[in-house]
Design a protein around this ligand. Structure first.
Ligand code: SF4
Ligand code: SF4
Length: 103
């Protein structure tokens, strides 16, 4: 499995359901869930689309591994990439959306 969706954080906007190239994300009771998680190939489209930090992406061994996850949330022009390690330590990477495509 490459992602997990937090029921608590999901606001049911369904943006993630529209961008998954495999149509793997469905909706039930106003919340998104991944139906066939073994079919997810980790393209991260849904993670980038969810501005509510509800989708955690499991990082590979070269990026932390061992259950380390990353999600993104929007705060105005800022995107906050939050990396959470299995021991609970958190690292936030700030990306200014206005500058990110400058180069
Ligand atoms: S984009 Fe995020 S908040 Fe919207 S339905 Fe998907 S998981 Fe929920
Ligand atoms: S990571 Fe890509 S393939 Fe996997 S659920 Fe998200 S959008 Fe679909």
């Amino acid at each position: 499995m490459s992602i997990r969706i937090s029921k608590e954080a999901c606001v049911g906007c369904l943006a993630c359901t529209r961008v998954c190239p495999g149509s793997l994300i469905k909706e039930k009771d106003g919340k998104a869930f991944i139906k066939y998680d073994r079919d997810c190939w980790g393209c991260a489209s849904c993670v980038k689309e969810c501005g509510f930090g509800a989708i955690d992406f499991y990082l590979g061994a070269d990026m932390g591994g061992n259950g380390t996850v990353m999600n993104v949330s929007e705060h105005g022009d800022l995107l906050l990439w939050k990396v959470t390690r299995p021991d609970g330590t958190v690292r936030i990477i700030e990306v200014n959306g206005k500058n990110s495509n400058k180069y």
